[in-house]
Structure formats: structure tokens, C-alpha cells
Design a protein around this ligand. Structure first.
Ligand code: C2E
Ligand code: CA
Ligand code: CA
Length: 395
């Protein structure tokens, strides 16, 4: 965007204290005097200086009067331009900027903010929640407070328990249980995702040492624990070493761990993800493509990556028995996975009719509320016993 340049004569008033402000200026040449409401000189500014930015950022009146001393060429920055930049900024940063400006106006100029409208109030509440959650999350991590739940993954045909997907939960001391969709994004933005991801892997591997006793060793299928990993985590060079250190410490073979990456993450990070996946798969760890069907990965591309498992997104599985296009998509995905030699998992199985249909399609594995909701590791033994009694799981 090109910014307009304007020439002003000497002793010209650019703007006056107390008037509405809708632009800021950068001095290209010449000089200006900045004075207070009672005409005290606050500053003399020359080439390169910026002025008028305070009113631009918080949409209130000018906090000073500015007059040229000699002829000056000024570059004008319009409010729209600044707003566009601010709009693209993180809401927390926007909120902090607003607080700083209010404090500046109150402390130095004695101007207090006007009553807020409802909209900005809810923005503020959201920003404050984000800020406190970020602080609490970093404290929770230092104190081992997040927890992992485990959702069983069941063989569609033999009804044996084959593995678990680890899903993070954060029991917040005052706000109740916070689900991953609310804090994983936050952890990514703040960099907390790195310690968080390492914690998840370590905890899942150590819990698996106990949970694996509940799973069956099929002729074609190894029991496994599956861990979700986000794009940012993969950029951490410590990740791979840390995985192998924990596996070795617990005596767990690498093929009993699967790393889940969503199809969108894989497509959007083609270059960086490829090497990392090769390094993991080369040492025996399973790679699962999560939310398959939502990201338009081409067959060609799928074949180029060391993916061993396709997880069909729950949006298709959930309504496959009602909507024929979903049914067809699930069926094609199962055929595609089989033709590429991959294990296929259907996510989001919520009823018996869906489970049966998946079995008829030759789907290998399934998970969903029909079998069980994610649960703490401590509750797995009781669930297995009950599921065997009811015939949900093979005895
Ligand atoms: P996801 O990997 O697709 O995980 C499956 C989500 O579907 C889980 O939500 C699970 O509780 C839910 N689900 C399972 N069965 C059913 C069902 O039958 N019906 C319905 N409606 N939902 C079902 P959750 O635990 O809230 O996790 C949401 C997402 O957060 C996960 O989606 C995953 O992308 C992310 N996530 C979870 N744990 C971690 C983690 O440790 N690290 C990272 N990076 N991401 C995680
Ligand atoms: Ca997953
Ligand atoms: Ca998924």
C-alpha cells in the first residue's frame, strides 16, 4: 500500500489537542513542534519521527497540538491502514495495547476511557480468558497438572481391543475440565506446545506400559497407543530423541507407538513434515493420517509418505447410515487404505448400525462413543471387564 505524502508550509497547524484523530504522520523532511493543551512545548520532532499515533490506535481525541516550524513533508498513515494491521494481530496483543494506551492517557493526560459498548466488553472477556489460561497452562505444565484420557480402538470384525488413542484434558482448578480444542491452539501460539507435547508423549508411553496388558495381539495387528502431534511439535528437534529415550526406558517396541497428524497439517507442511516422518517411520514408529477426508490429499502424495494408518474423519462416519454420500466416502476410504496397504480406523462410531456396516465394508478398526468415551487410565480395567461381560468386546 502506498502512503500519501503531503507538503505543509511553516507555522501550519497539523492538528489540535482535543480534536478527533484519524491519521498519524511520519516526518520526511522539515520539523514540527508538539505542544500540550496549555501550549507548553513537549517536543521538537525532525525527519524520521512519528507523531499522532496515539489517537489512531485507540480512536480517541488528540493528546497534543502539532504545528510545523518550517516547511515539512509528511507521510500520512490513515486509520484504515492501521486498523487492517491491528486486525491481523493476535487479540491478546490488541488487548494489551489497548490497556497500555488507556493507562498512558489516564496517567499522563488525565483522560479516562469512555464507557464500553457490549461488543468490546466481550472481546475483553475473551482476551482476559486467553491471558489467564496461558498463564495457568504454563503453571499447570510445571506442576504436572494436565491429564491424558484414553479412548479404546476396537477390531471391527473380531471385537478385540487393539489399542488406545491418548487425548489430553486439562482439569482447571476454577474453570472445570478444559478440552484440547480450547488450549492446544493457545499452546501453539505461545510456544508452550513444545513442553506440552513432550509431556504428552512421555505420559502416554509410561501409561502404555500398564494399558498394553488389556489389548490383544492379533495375527496382523500389533497393539498400540496413538498420540496426537501438532505441526509445531514436529519442528522440535528434541522430539524424536525424546520419544526413543522414553520407549527404551519402558522397554516398549517402537511399533507399539503411533503418531497421529491431521491430513491438513501434513498437506500444509509438506517439506518440513516429510523428513520427520521418514525419521520416525524408519525407526519403526507407526504414522497415522488423522481426520482423513477433510484435507484433499492426493493418492500420489499419500503414497510418497510413510503412512501406515488412515483414520477416517468422524464427520463422514457419524452419518454414514443416514446419508448415502457419506456412506460412499467411507467405503472408498476403506478401499483406498486397503489398496495402499494401510490399516484403516473409522473414528466417531456412535451406534451399532455404524459398527456393523464398517465391519461389512472390511474396515479394520473403529473407535467412538458406541464403544467408549475417552477415560482416565485408571478406569480402563473396569471398562474392559464390563465390555467383556456385555459382549461389546471379545472375551
Ligand atoms: P482428534 O484427534 O480427531 O480426536 C478425536 C476427538 O473426537 C476427541 O475429541 C474425542 O473425544 C472425540 N470423539 C471420539 N469419539 C467420538 C464420537 O463417537 N462422537 C463424537 N462426537 N466425538 C468423538 P477431544 O478429546 O476433544 O480432542 C479434540 C482434538 O484435540 C483431537 O481431535 C486432537 O486433534 C486434539 N488433541 C487431543 N489431544 C491432543 C494432544 O495430546 N496433543 C495435540 N497436539 N492435540 C491433541
Ligand atoms: Ca487423533
Ligand atoms: Ca480425528
Amino acid at each position: 500500500m502506498s502512503l500519501p505524502r503531503e507538503t505543509y508550509p511553516a507555522e501550519y497547524t497539523i492538528f489540535e489537542y482535543g480534536t478527533p484523530g484519524d491519521c498519524a504522520y511520519i516526518i520526511e523532511s522539515g520539523s514540527v513542534r508538539v505542544s500540550s493543551y496549555d501550549n507548553r512545548c513537549l517536543a521538537i520532532l525532525g525527519p524520521g519521527a512519528l507523531f499522532g499515533e496515539v489517537a489512531l490506535l485507540d480512536q480517541q481525541v488528540r493528546t497534543a497540538t502539532v504545528r510545523t516550524i518550517e516547511e515539512a513533508v509528511l507521510i500520512r498513515i490513515e486509520r484504515g491502514h492501521m486498523e487492517e494491521l491491528l486486525r491481523r494481530t493476535d487479540p491478546v496483543i490488541r488487548h494489551l495495547l489497548k490497556i497500555l494506551l488507556e493507562r498512558f492517557r489516564a496517567n499522563y493526560l488525565g483522560i479516562h476511557p469512555p464507557a464500553r459498548n457490549l461488543n468490546s466488553h466481550s472481546d475483553q472477556l475473551q482476551a482476559l480468558r486467553t491471558l489467564t489460561l496461558t498463564r495457568d497452562l504454563s503453571y499447570a505444565l510445571d506442576n504436572d497438572k494436565p491429564t491424558l484420557y484414553y479412548q479404546p480402538v476396537v477390531d471391527c470384525v473380531t471385537h478385540e481391543l487393539i489399542g488406545f488413542e491418548a487425548l489430553i484434558r486439562w482439569p482447571h482448578p476454577t474453570q472445570g475440565m478444559i478440552m484440547p480444542n480450547e488450549f492446544i491452539g493457545l499452546a501453539e501460539k505461545t510456544g508452550l506446545i513444545h513442553p506440552l507435547g513432550l509431556w504428552v508423549l512421555q505420559r502416554a508411553i509410561s501409561d502404555w506400559a500398564t494399558l498394553r496388558q488389556f489389548c490383544s495381539q492379533g495375527p496382523l495387528m500389533h497393539p498400540f497407543v496413538s498420540v496426537n502431534v501438532s505441526a509445531d511439535e514436529l519442528s522440535d528437534p528434541r522430539l524424536i530423541d525424546s520419544i526413543f529415550v522414553h520407549l527404551e526406558a519402558r522397554g516398549i517396541p517402537p511399533h507399539e507407538l503411533k503418531i497421529e497428524l491431521t491430513e491438513t497439517v501434513v498437506i500444509e507442511n509438506r517439506e518440513s513434515v516429510g523428513d520427520m516422518l521418514q525419521a520416525l517411520a524408519g525407526r519403526g514408529i507407526g504414522i497415522a493420517l488423522d481426520d482423513f477426508g477433510t484435507g484433499y490429499a492426493s493418492m500420489e502424495y499419500l503414497r510418497s509418505l510413510p503412512i501406515s494408518t488412515l483414520k477416517i474423519d468422524r464427520s463422514f462416519v457419524q452419518d454414514m447410515t443416514q446419508i448415502s454420500s457419506s456412506d460412499e466416502i467411507v467405503h472408498s476410504a476403506i478401499r483406498l487404505g486397503a489398496s495402499l496397504g494401510m490399516t484403516v480406523v473409522a473414528e466417531g462410531v456412535e451406534n451399532e448400525a455404524t459398527a456393523k456396516r464398517l465391519g461389512a465394508f472390511g474396515c479394520h478398526l473403529a473407535q467412538g462413543f458406541y464403544y467408549a468415551e475417552p477415560m482416565p487410565a485408571m478406569e480402563v480395567a473396569a471398562w474392559v471387564a464390563q465390555a467383556k461381560r456385555s459382549g461389546m468386546l471379545d472375551r
